[in-house]
Write a protein that binds this ligand. Structure first.
Ligand SMILES: CC(C)(COP(=O)(O)OP(=O)(O)OC[C@H]1O[C@@H](n2cnc3c(N)ncnc32)[C@H](O)[C@@H]1OP(=O)(O)O)[C@@H](O)C(=O)NCCC(=O)NCCS
Length: 176
């Protein structure tokens, strides 16, 4: 594969990202396009995509969050927007007064581009973003047998959770 680059997701990328999501997850985990839009407006900095030759091949949605709780999968209205205002005008110090971890909500590589280290590069970018923002804990909810992939980044299982109507695993890693 040619070189790839990582950049922020823009609104016009949403259809492609939604398509990658639909082709990657079991239907119980698929979120509405509106939710994507709301997550992006909640924390733009943490919503990134990978591009090669002008094609988007992977994405990640991530944001500051509350330790020990999976960020909810919702239908239409996104929980965060109802409960917290978007973080655009909130400085990093104030973000830490509300949130005590950084959360990777969805990281996904287009099926045709898997096993080429794209997922690993994207993961490393998010970890570096969380570190840069002074978070000590990164948390996520593991589905679809992704735990072995995540363990290589130091994630360990905190607890089983009900997610999309089935069992998933809340995991976290402590940044050194
Ligand atoms: C999980 C996922 C992101 C991996 O992305 P990828 O680009 O194929 O992975 P990479 O090529 O970067 O793999 C990096 C390493 O992880 C390993 N790996 C990849 N998927 C793995 C899995 N499911 N289990 C164990 N190891 C895995 C690779 O073998 C590779 O190991 P190496 O560095 O020793 O060679 C991708 O399969 C995906 O998008 N799945 C669907 C969405 C999903 O389930 N996301 C995770 C939700 S928490």
């Amino acid at each position: 594969m040619s070189k790839f680059s990582i950049r922020r997701i823009r609104k016009e990328d949403l259809s492609i990202i939604y398509d990658i999501q639909v082709r990657s997850y079991d239907s119980r985990y698929v979120e509405e396009k509106d939710n994507f839009l709301e997550i992006i407006s909640f924390y733009e900095e943490g919503c990134l995509c990978v591009e090669t030759n002008g094609i988007i091949i992977a994405y990640v949605l991530s944001f500051p969050w509350i330790r020990g709780i999976p960020a909810p999968l919702t239908d239409k209205k996104f929980f965060m927007i109802e409960n917290f205002k978007d973080l655009k005008d909130t400085n990093d110090n104030d973000i830490h007064k509300i949130f005590d971890c950084y959360y990777i909500h969805d990281l996904c590589v287009s099926p045709e581009y898997r096993s080429m280290k794209v997922g690993k590069s994207l993961f490393e970018s998010v970890i570096s973003l969380a570190r840069q923002k002074n978070f000590k804990i990164i948390s996520l909810t593991s589905v679809q047998g992704s735990r072995p992939f995540l363990e290589q980044f130091g994630f360990y299982t905190v607890k089983e959770v009900d997610y999309g109507g089935s069992t998933a695993y809340l995991m976290e890693t402590v940044l050194q």
